[in-house]
Design a protein around this ligand. Structure first.
Ligand SMILES: Nc1ncnc2c1ncn2[C@@H]1O[C@H](COP(=O)(O)OP(=O)(O)OP(=O)(O)O)[C@@H](O)[C@H]1O
Length: 735
């Protein structure tokens, strides 16, 4: 067991810490680079020149130095860096650290894989060290990342290089136990978080206080500051003190004055180390663009995977649904290399597990843009394959940046449709050295036939293929950049066939009525049951495991579906599961639904009412008008009661829906508060909508049930009452 330090030893170490901080402060002040200067333009320090204090008033130069050991940073950090294998600084570290260590705000841009993480972790640790920050001081620094995986990775680097510092650090991301975080968050000095989760703590954790914040870091700053996170980030910033150091880093930096004004940066240093460089992407990255018709994309991908069975490959597709279909279908075709998939709808634990497996094993990872930013697979990715065109050049840069990191080599290939060739121009305009090639079709292996057979064999795959088809076309339809993404130029039918679909699902928003292959509305009309008559049974298959409910609901509640076309029409190619809705029970006083029959003297059946009313009438010669009058009265009475019942029913349904919504909100807050933190570019936005629709659907469903119950109840009451009233009527007539 470690012996507790004696009072004297503690005093000594405190004194030496104070002295070290004093020395560091003086050293930093002495060699402070001019604001706006570029430390990269300075010559390196002569070999074997002294480091730190030279004499009483002179210190060594640190701006322009090459080694971490030459920086005015604490011994603890130097030890941490050395033990983690970091010796020489990368360009972005050399350019930014002399400024950030002086406490200046930084707006840093450098290529992917160039070491930006250390460029912000070092000033964070040093600022708190020099302020002698302790447990009781609370949150001293916040590091925000757009995705959970990236936050986790930053946390790992912080733990590694900061292990000799005594700061407490916490990872606040969705998918973690919120209550556990809540208990510890107030004792954390450094928080690494996604915006949604941080805001949640700001809003709900008692005594959560960031008023003493010293340093705010936004990694992938352009992403965090874009529209997807705007609300959260504005709310967070409004709760942070203005007097702080702010560091913004990204490979594709924002220079928008509006964005920077939101952050109240003070004379920030603009550090763009690669501005002069020929390429905006890593030098050791070989980049290819190939022209692939839409209906050959999967053939090309399959052939590519078969030709690179001993590689680590990331395949980017545009949506979760694309990812799931291609992953499931290719898995069944067994290419001879492990396949994995990653998207924003997966549970956090599973996401982390998949990433871990991908690092450990040569495999193919099918992914959405959730893994396009910041992730550093330490064993290296051999290939980045972009099957679907990225939204823009920035997205391209981040995707290809998953390979060729630091000093390793890497290769990437982008599939472009003939209609997307404008993207090639855009890449070239941004100094991205891509080599354009025509694909080698001789080695192309066609999989569409195999996919069709798979779809016929595995019914689970059919809905996946349909969704992949529809989501892809819709994503192109929704793209703003029509110069690149033109849905009218897509060979829709060929594309559907290439996924193995026997018929092209209908896409009404494309107005393809005249298309031979896609039956128009009028042709489809008799085939399609009205939406109200359909209840899609929940698919019971293991392919639709995680978040399948949401997907099913998404399908049911998608815009297309609410418009009453796509989901149903699309199923024209498949046997549409039709389940008639339960009939609503209605009370008809004129024709009671009572099942009890009595027989008259001639053996004719009579309903209870007839029996009571008519027979009595015959026997007692009742006044028929009086009877009719009384019946009318009763009918009116029934109507009023029916009305009351309906109101009561509506009120109950409303209350139930509110309860459901509240329950959902609570659950959503706890589990997925930072859907926003994951890739707002589609997949995770989808997720939000889907989750929402789940609740509405659930409540609708239960409403449906309730309606039936109420109707049955009304029926029960009315039958009983009918009898009771009839008896009353009898007695009144007798009297
Ligand atoms: N000074 C250094 N010496 C050696 N390796 C380094 C150094 N700095 C960073 N690295 C390594 O380089 C790799 C990329 O670093 P990092 O993840 O910080 O890049 P990045 O610029 O943030 O990339 P991205 O833009 O994709 O987020 C990591 O594996 C990291 O360990």
């Amino acid at each position: 067991m470690k012996k507790p330090k004696s009072k004297q030893v503690r005093l000594q170490s405190r004194n030496s810490e104070v002295q070290q901080i004093e020395l560091l402060e003086k050293w930093i002040q002495f060699g402070k680079p001019e604001s706006g200067s570029n430390p990269l333009s300075l010559p390196p320090l002569p070999a074997k020149s002294p480091i730190g204090r030279i004499d009483d008033n002179t210190y060594s130069r640190y701006a322009g130095c090459f080694k971490f050991q030459q920086l005015p940073i604490s011994k603890n950090l130097k030890d941490g860096l050395r033990q983690s294998g970091y010796k020489n600084m990368t360009s972005i570290q050399r350019a930014s650290l002399p400024h950030s260590l002086c406490g200046r705000d930084i707006l840093g841009a450098a290529k992917t894989g160039s070491g930006k993480t250390l460029a912000f972790i070092i000033p964070v640790l040093e600022k708190l060290y020099k302020a002698r920050w302790g447990l009781e001081d609370g949150v001293g620094s916040i590091i925000m990342s757009p995705t959970r995986e990236l936050a986790d990775q930053i946390f790992g680097v912080l733990k590694l290089v900061g292990k000799h510092h005594g700061f407490s650090a916490g990872l606040l991301i969705g998918g973690h136990e919120y209550d556990e975080e809540k208990d510890h968050v107030n004792r954390m000095n450094i928080l690494i978080c996604t915006p949604g989760r941080l805001l949640k703590h700001m809003d709900t954790t008692p005594n959560f206080d960031c008023s003493q914040l010293q340093v705010l870091v936004l990694d992938e700053a352009d992403r965090i500051l874009d529209a997807g996170f705007k609300k959260e980030v504005n709310a967070i910033i409004s709760q942070l003190p203005k007097h702080r150091q702010t560091l913004l880093f990204s490979a594709t930096q924002t220079k928008s004055v509006k964005d920077l004004a939101r952050l109240s940066l003070k004379d920030p240093e603009y550090i763009a180390v690669d501005e002069e460089s020929i390429a905006a992407t890593p030098n050791r990255l070989q980049q290819k663009v190939i022209l692939v018709p839409l209906d050959q994309k999967l053939d090309m991908l399959w052939s590519f995977i078969k030709a690179h069975l001993n590689s680590r490959i990331i395949v980017f597709l545009s949506s979760c649904k694309q990812v799931r279909f291609v992953y499931e279908a290719f898995k069944k075709l067994r290419p001879g290399i492990p396949l994995k998939c990653l998207h924003g709808r997966m549970k956090q634990v599973k996401r982390m597990f998949i990433l871990q497996q991908f690092v450990e094993q040569r495999s193919v990872l099918f992914s959405t843009d959730v893994s396009s930013r910041g992730l550093d697979f330490n064993k290296g990715v051999d290939w980045v394959v972009q099957v679907d065109c990225p939204d823009d050049v920035a997205s391209y840069i981040h995707r290809v940046g998953r390979t060729a990191r630091y000093d390793s080599i890497g290769r990437s290939v982008l599939f472009l449709l003939p209609s997307e060739m404008k993207m090639l121009e855009r890449l070239q305009e941004k100094k991205i050295p891509v080599q354009f090639d025509k694909p080698n079709t001789k080695r192309l292996q066609s999989v569409s036939g195999l996919l069709a057979a798979l779809l016929a064999k595995y019914k689970d795959l059919q809905p996946l293929a349909q969704r992949a088809f529809k989501t892809y076309v819709k994503s192109i339809f929704k793209q703003k950049d029509k110069e690149i993404f033109d849905v009218t130029k897509l060979p829709i039918d060929e594309f559907a066939a290439s996924l193995g679909l026997p018929m092209t699902p209908q896409l009404r928003y494309l107005n393809r009525k005249n298309d031979k292959n896609t039956p128009g509305d009028s042709v489809l009309a008799p085939e399609i049951p009205a939406k109200k008559d359909l209840i899609r049974p929940k698919p019971s298959n293991n392919l639709l495991e995680e978040s399948e409910d949401e997907e099913t609901l998404d399908l049911l509640r998608s815009k297309e579906n609410t418009d009453g076309d796509v989901a149903i029409a699309a199923d024209n190619s498949l046997p549409t599961p039709r389940v008639a809705k339960k009939k609503k029970f209605k009370i008809n006083v004129d024709k009671p639904v009572g099942t009890r029959h009595v027989f008259d003297d001639e053996g004719n059946t009579r309903t209870p009412f007839e029996n009571i009313a008519c027979t009595s009438a015959i026997n007692t010669a009742l006044d028929k008008d009086k009877v009719r009058e009384r019946f009318d009265e009763l009918r009116e009475e029934m109507k009023i009661r029916d009305q009351e019942d309906k109101l009561l029913d509506r009120k109950r349904r409303k209350e139930k829906r509110i309860k459901e919504k509240e329950k959902y909100k609570r659950a959503r807050n706890e589990e997925d508060d930072d859907e926003d933190d994951v890739d707002a570019s589609g997949s995770d936005k989808d997720f939000k909508n889907v989750k929402r629709s789940k609740v509405y659907f659930d409540s609708d469903d239960s409403d449906g049930e309730m309606k039936d119950k109420v109707a049955l109840k009304t029926d029960d009451i009315s039958l009983a009452e009918q009898e009771e009233l009839a008896l009353k009527l009898l007695s009144s007539m007798h009297s």
